[in-house]
Write a protein that binds this ligand. Structure first.
Ligand code: ZN
Length: 140
């Protein structure tokens, strides 16, 4: 059996208008633990992380008026924004996808998000409708 290049679903990101309001469901009603909340300037977002076993739910709130995230929520309303798959080797995965003519939003791994990880987004046109993020967690 060949080993899957995908390790796990790292997180599922849900875009919301107001994280504090969304926490009344995700934390208070469901009972998930809020592990951390931070503003990520490069993503123009405030992000709340709620672990579920070895995956996470991420609540994402746009913090500027002119980001892709803000446009997303204005056009479609709150809801699932992207699914993040964790890989061992993000460069190898991007090369693999390029050879299969998959449309990428990021041709090369980005490192300006949450520290300790590299990421790249795959265009929803190539994934049957879902924005997919790839993550590689870097060794400490
Ligand atoms: Zn993400």
């Amino acid at each position: 059996m060949t080993k899957s290049p995908i390790k796990r679903i790292n997180h599922l990101a849900i875009v919301v208008n107001d994280i504090d309001e969304a926490l009344t469901f995700w934390r208070d009603a469901l009972g998930l633990e809020l592990e951390q909340m931070q503003e990520v300037e490069s993503q123009a977002a405030k992000i709340a992380i709620l672990p579920v076993q070895d995956s996470e739910i991420e609540l994402v709130e746009p913090i500027t008026e002119d980001s892709g995230l803000k446009r997303f929520i204005e056009k479609r309303g709150p809801g699932i924004h992207h699914i993040c798959l964790e890989v061992d080797d993000i460069e190898a995965m991007l090369e693999r996808l390029k050879t299969k003519n998959v449309r990428l939003i990021n041709d090369t791994p980005q490192a300006d998000g949450i520290p300790g990880r590299k990421f790249a987004f795959i265009h929803p046109k190539s994934t049957f409708g879902v924005l997919v993020e790839l993550y590689q967690i870097l060794e400490e």
